[in-house]
Design a protein around this ligand. Sequence first.
Ligand SMILES: [Zn+2]
Ligand SMILES: [Zn+2]
Length: 287
Amino acid sequence: MSETDETRSNVESNGGADNELPKTCEVVTGCTIPVDIFIQSSDEKLFGAHTQNLQAFSEGFPMTHDSRKVVWFTESATILRLFLPFTHNVKPKDLSTLSVDQLVSLAEVADKYKNQFALLACRKAFSHIAGKSSENAMKILRFKSVHGDFEEIDDVARLTMGFTVKNAMKVFGQNRESFCIWVQYQESWLKCMEEYRVAVSEHPDFRVHPTGYKESISCPSLANIVTAMEPVVKHLGLRSVDDFERALRIARSSPTVHPGCNCRALGLWRASIHKSLAGLPRWSQFS
Ligand SMILES: [Zn+2]
Ligand SMILES: [Zn+2]
């Protein structure tokens, strides 16, 4: 059914001043709550809604003094159709299939009208959608930074480190403060990654593998692990100590890696890497 057909099916056609106002609520299937207020989208679609629900679920919802009880919104019908179900006591929809632009617009309207249920559902979908591409992550990062939603912001920010400053500036637009944080974050990130690379390559310096003679050598077992880890890290990405540990576990289970060695080399190497990754930036450092 097209939007126009849907609209018509909800419009009373018996004439009078209210003849264009929808009589039913179309955003939740089977909703029987009486319609006593109307919401008009920026693209002029009218939705029937319920005053009590709007007030109960969305603190900060604008009330109307309009004689027809119409409230004008700056959001499109597509976004309102996503948002209005969150003013009902129904199971929230899974938002992970939305486009990043739709999800961010929904989060913006949810934040504007303080609808915690919608915000929670958006947050749940953020990490999934941010993980799909760095462009998605960047748009979500901008929302989180501008709206002070700092929960898990580092997980999202770390997905955007491949962006050029020029492209980041385009995404942040007028949000200069967030852009400045991002620039400092990336600078700190690159420095930390350089320290990590140095720490990875310094394993031959740990000459603690016993030979049975006077001299110890660098550990051949560790050298194997380091080689096996390289493609794993490349594939999984490295954004935290946990990522490093995960890659290490995978590399150690590889058939090309000899059974573990009891010398101190692996422990020393691991500690130096943990130390290098301790310098990973946090958004809160700059905000
Ligand atoms: Zn309803
Ligand atoms: Zn060894």
